[in-house]
Structure formats: structure tokens, C-alpha cells
Ligand binder design. Structure first.
Ligand SMILES: [Zn+2]
Length: 617
């Protein structure tokens, strides 16, 4: 394979350091008459407020990378690193001073710290932001941090009882953490009677799915809600938004035939009401019975968002027709819409064994053959027979498995996409006793999806081998989520995702020439760490130092909107009379909800409706 070096954005690295320092000193003296203090220097060269607006989306943007040296002693001094900031499009060797949890100085001049990290040869980038994870379990956090991430968010599935989630991880999380409000869990609560607390932490989502499956019928996935249920679902979701949830999050792809389009529209109106994102695993994906060259699921969400002027995250677009969805997203970004997509670089999905689309009555229709497409989680090999698969499905319904969904050639194509977030869609790994691994456990004990440990390493390695500009990838791994979340007023993201003075010190330092993933499906290798990531700093603390995690610290901070006072959802907010065909109609007319009995069951569901109690037999 061709090994190309990364293209560089400027010539900084080719100029010897002493000459460069002399040149910079000259430049600084020319630009600034005032020489009596760092603060004045920084201000003199900071962009004017008007410029700040055009530079980026953070109100704090400060593209001053040429501040004078300081005699101050920093808590940590990162010296000689290749500082890269996508927002300012800056790429050059600088020294970075950290005080407390913030980057306080970036300079070409000498600095000193109580602790010094020599980052010669390393890229000093804003910490990678993983917008799509489902696992906040300690060990899973450790492997994701080893892959360079500093923040993990679940914007796709999320949780309900959002306040409990944040309380649980307060002061007790390795990485920064946050969740959206789970449409799926709200439906399960309202339609299957699943208790709220089972669904507060997405790390245990598969348990909640198994709970609802106990009577043999997952109503949340298959049924169209009544008017009363519809309103209840929205009420539960609204409470999650008041609790500071990051987004209205919908895994509608797992309930493709149970969710009417008006339900999706209302959910997106709810997101708009709070001016927050609607994040979604769109429907009609590879495990549903529709032609795979359709992207109607993404189009439904985009149409709603365009009508509402709403914000959208399209989760893992790396399924069928991703090229088309990418183009839609890119064109809308160009037109100023608050939209971004995200992908994980893996050809296998990670559903649980009893995911609705893998059940005996569905699997054939979905063109899935266990001996060709599904890995036995015990052996790391494809299932030897369909019988063996169904046996394990019955015995361990909530156990995650690995399902081949995509051609391998796509792995080389995805890293070329621009202005897109990169996430790993991490799913909690439970060992044979059904327990999560302790934080200190060895990497070889992990049997979860290798993408959880390899996502960023793989993309950076592919980019190097294919000559994709390094800044494009730093932009995707670090800045894109922060950029778009900044636009919807999320303060925690306005001060992250950027390597600039004043920002929170979430920093990933890696060797661009050696970074590579090492995790594979082989036994003992599922969590094998990405190589070439030397330091990961989270809120100013070294979570990974010389490639080793500090298991004693919990520096992670909540990524959350402000909690709003308790209140009731006003349905008129979602059903504005202005847009109804007759302005005298009540806000939420029963006629919007067709009587359920009048809906002829679809061919997909006909069997289920007749034999609710026996559909798993
Ligand atoms: Zn998903």
C-alpha cells in the first residue's frame, strides 16, 4: 500500500525553529507596540468581533497563535507540538500553556510549566468528539479514550429520565458525557409499560429492549400509537428536554413500520421548540424490507427540518445510499442549514441477537443469512448454521452480535467525506456473566465491537495512506460536532473542539506518521489500542500519558443544556393553528389520528397482528 505523508497547511515545519522564532519575534514586535504583558499581546492580535463571527461559531473564538512568550509558570506546558485548529485553519509548531482546565496561551515563544510535555513530532489537536456512543461503562470509556476521544455523546438513542443519567456520572466519568432524549425509550415506557429507570442510561439499552420483548411483542417497535399514547410519548420526551437533554434522539430505524410520519414531524417540532438537534438513525435501512437503493428515511427527516428550519444530525449514514445522503447534507450545510452527518468506519453493525429484524419471521425477508452475515460472538467466526444462531438468539436475546451490512471497499471511501462527524456507535460489552468489565481490566478481556477501539485510528491511517489532508480529518474528528452544537447554543461545545486560547483543555496528541488502529475481530484483540496516540488530556488532566490510561482520575464533565423549570408540554406549541387548514380547529384534533382499526395491517406486520403472543416461537 502506498504510504504518503500528510499534506501540510503551511510551511512552519520546514523552517528551522530558531529562525522561525526570530521571524515570529520580529512579527510580534511589528504588530504590537505594547510589550508589557501577555494579555495586551493576545488582545492586540485577536480578531475583531466582526471577524470572529466569520471565523467560527464560538463566541470565544480567538485565533491568536502568535502571542509573545510568557514568564508565567503553567500547570502543564506542551512544547514543540504541531498545533492544528480547524476553525482558524491553523497548522504550525507552537507551545501550549495549560492552567487549570483551560488552554491559556499558544505561542511560538518559550514557556515553562510545572509539568512539561515534549510534543515534538506530534499533532496537538482538539480532543476527538464522539457524537454517537451508547456506552458510558468505565472500561468502554477507557478504550475509546485510547482511540483519542475526549467526549462521548449519545445523540442517536439517548435516554429518558435524563436527570438520573447526569446524576449518575457526575464526578464519576473518565470522559465528558451527554445524552439526547430517547424516542424509543419513551415509546417503550408508554406502549410496553417499561419503567423509566431502565432507560435512563443508554449503556443498558439492550436490557430495556429485552424487557419489552418479554410478552413476545415489542409494541414500541411495531405498533402505531393511539392519540393518547402519541401525546404521552411527547410529554415524556418534553420532560427529557427540560432536564437538559442534548437532542430529540430517535432510533426510528428500529421501528420503521410503527412510527407514522406525523409522529416524526411532531418530534422534530419538539426539537425546534427548544432550538436543539433532532438526531436520528433513519428508517428503511439495511435490516428492513425495502429496496436498498432508497434513502426515504433520511429524506423524511430532512424535509421536516427544512420546513421547520430545524437542526438535524443524521446518524451513521454509512449504510446504503450514503453517497446520496452525504450530498444532501453537504448541499444543505452550504446553504447555512444546521445539519451534520456522522459515520462509523466499519462494515459490521452491532445489534443484539434478538433485534426485531433478526427474528425468525423477519430475517429472510431482510436478506440476512447467519452463515454469511452474522458473527458468533463466542468464536469471532461466522455462525456455522442458522440453527446455531436461533438457539443463541433464544438463550441470550440481549447479547450483542456482529452483522455484516456493507462492502469492504467503503472503508476506503468514507474518509474522503468532508464536514462530517466521525463516531464509533459504541455498545456496552457485557462478559459471559453479564457484567461490564472494571475500568482496570485488561484489553484482552473485551469482546465488544472492535470499532469501539479503532474508529479514529482507522480513519487517520486511511487518510495518511490515501493522501487526504490531515486538517480535513482533524476537522471531522474534533471540530464539526462542536461547530454545529455551538450554533444551537450548547455552551459546553462552544468552548471545546478548538485548539485556541481560552478553550477547555481537551487535547489529543498523536503521531500522524504512525497512528493506526490495531483492534480486530480475533479473540483477545477486540479492544486492542490504537497506536500512535501518546497523550489525551480531558479538562486539563492527563487521562492518557505516554499511551497509558491514568485509571485513578475521573476528569469528565457533563455536556448538557441548562435544566429548565418543571412544566407541562403545551400541545399548541407543536400544532400551531396557523398551519392548519382551518384556523378554528382545536390545537390537536382527533381527526389527525386515523382510527387504528381502519389501518389495514401491512404485509410486514400481518403475521404479528394475528399471533401477538406467539411471534417468537
Ligand atoms: Zn443506530
Amino acid at each position: 500500500m502506498r504510504k504518503a505523508s500528510f499534506k501540510k497547511m503551511n510551511i512552519s515545519r520546514s523552517v528551522p525553529l530558531p529562525i522561525k522564532l526570530a521571524l515570529l519575534t520580529l512579527l510580534i514586535l511589528t504588530l504590537s507596540a505594547c510589550d508589557d504583558g501577555q494579555k495586551e499581546k493576545t488582545q492586540a492580535q485577536a480578531p475583531s468581533p466582526a471577524e470572529v463571527k466569520t471565523v467560527g461559531t464560538s463566541p470565544y473564538t480567538d485565533c491568536s497563535f502568535d502571542a509573545a512568550a510568557s514568564s508565567e509558570t503553567f500547570d502543564i506546558a506542551i512544547i514543540n507540538g504541531r498545533v492544528m485548529d480547524p476553525e482558524c485553519n491553523f497548522d504550525g509548531v507552537r507551545n501550549v500553556g495549560i492552567k487549570g482546565n483551560r488552554i491559556t496561551l499558544i505561542t511560538a515563544g518559550d514557556i515553562k510549566g510545572n509539568k512539561t510535555i515534549d510534543a515534538t513530532g506530534l499533532v496537538v489537536a482538539p480532543g476527538f468528539i464522539n457524537t454517537h456512543t451508547h456506552s458510558f461503562a468505565p472500561f468502554d470509556q477507557k478504550i475509546v479514550a485510547h482511540d483519542g476521544a475526549t467526549t462521548i455523546l449519545d445523540t442517536e438513542y439517548g435516554g429518558i429520565d435524563v436527570g438520573s443519567f447526569y446524576a449518575k456520572y457526575e464526578g464519576n466519568s473518565f470522559m465528558n458525557y451527554g445524552i439526547g432524549v430517547a424516542h424509543e425509550a419513551a415509546r417503550r415506557h408508554v406502549m410496553d409499560g417499561t419503567p423509566l429507570d431502565i432507560s435512563s442510561d443508554p449503556s443498558y439499552a439492550y436490557d430495556a429492549r429485552a424487557h419489552a420483548q418479554q410478552d413476545g411483542h415489542a409494541s414500541w417497535a411495531l405498533d402505531i400509537p393511539t392519540r393518547e399514547q402519541h401525546i404521552d410519548i411527547l410529554r415524556v420526551m418534553d420532560q427529557g428536554m427540560r432536564d437538559g437533554g442534548l437532542a430529540v434522539s430517535s432510533t426510528v430505524g428500529y421501528m420503521g413500520y410503527g412510527v407514522p410520519t406525523y409522529e416524526m414531524f411532531d418530534l422534530q417540532k419538539l426539537a425546534k421548540k427548544y432550538e436543539r438537534f433532532f438526531g436520528s438513525h433513519t428508517r428503511f435501512g439495511p435490516t428492513e424490507k425495502l429496496p436498498l437503493n432508497y434513502s426515504l428515511g433520511a429524506r423524511e427527516i430532512i424535509a421536516n427540518a427544512v420546513a421547520l428550519d430545524g437542526a438535524v444530525i443524521l446518524s451513521h449514514i454509512n449504510n446504503q445510499n450514503w453517497q446520496e445522503i452525504y450530498e444532501l447534507s453537504a448541499r444543505l450545510q452550504e446553504r447555512g442549514m444546521n445539519i451534520f452527518s456522522e459515520y462509523y468506519p466499519s462494515i459490521t453493525g452491532n445489534p443484539n441477537l434478538a433485534a426485531p429484524g433478526l427474528m425468525p419471521d423477519k430475517i429472510k425477508g431482510n436478506n440476512i443469512d447467519p452463515t454469511k452475515h452474522i458473527y458468533n460472538p463466542d468464536t469471532g467466526e461466522l455462525f456455522e448454521s442458522a440453527e446455531a444462531f436461533f438457539k443463541m438468539q433464544k438463550e441470550q436475546p440481549s447479547r450483542p452480535t456482529f452483522l455484516i451490512l456493507r462492502p469492504a471497499t467503503w472503508l476506503k471511501e468514507w474518509p474522503h467525506m468532508k464536514n462530517i462527524a466521525i463516531a464509533n456507535d459504541s455498545i456496552t460489552y457485557f462478559d459471559k456473566d453479564g457484567k461490564t468489565l472494571p475500568f482496570e481490566a485488561d484489553f484482552s478481556a473485551y469482546g465488544g465491537h472492535p470499532r469501539n477501539a479503532s474508529t479514529y485510528g482507522l480513519v487517520y491511517r486511511e487518510a495518511r495512506e490515501q493522501g487526504i489532508p490531515l486538517m480535513d480529518i482533524v476537522n471531522n474528528t474534533s471540530y464539526i460536532p462542536a461547530k454545529y452544537f455551538s450554533r444551537v447554543g450548547l455552551k459546553a461545545m462552544q468552548e471545546r473542539g478548538r485548539l485556541q486560547p481560552g478553550m477547555i483543555a481537551d487535547i489529543t496528541m498523536f503521531n500522524p506518521d504512525t497512528i493506526t488502529e490495531t483492534a480486530t475481530m480475533a479473540e483477545g484483540k477486540h479492544a486492542s489500542s490504537t497506536k500512535g496516540i501518546h497523550y489525551v488530556m480531558i479538562n486539563g488532566q492527563l487521562a492518557i500519558e505516554n499511551g497509558v490510561a491514568n485509571t485513578k482520575i475521573r476528569p469528565g464533565q457533563p455536556i448538557r443544556y441548562e435544566v429548565l423549570p418543571a412544566g407541562e408540554l403545551k400541545l399548541e406549541d407543536l400544532a400551531d393553528k396557523k398551519y392548519q387548514w382551518h384556523s378554528d380547529l382545536p390545537g390537536y384534533p382527533p381527526t389527525r389520528f386515523p382510527p387504528q382499526k381502519m389501518n389495514p395491517p401491512s404485509p410486514y406486520e400481518r403475521k404479528n397482528r394475528k399471533h401477538h403472543s406467539s411471534n417468537t416461537k
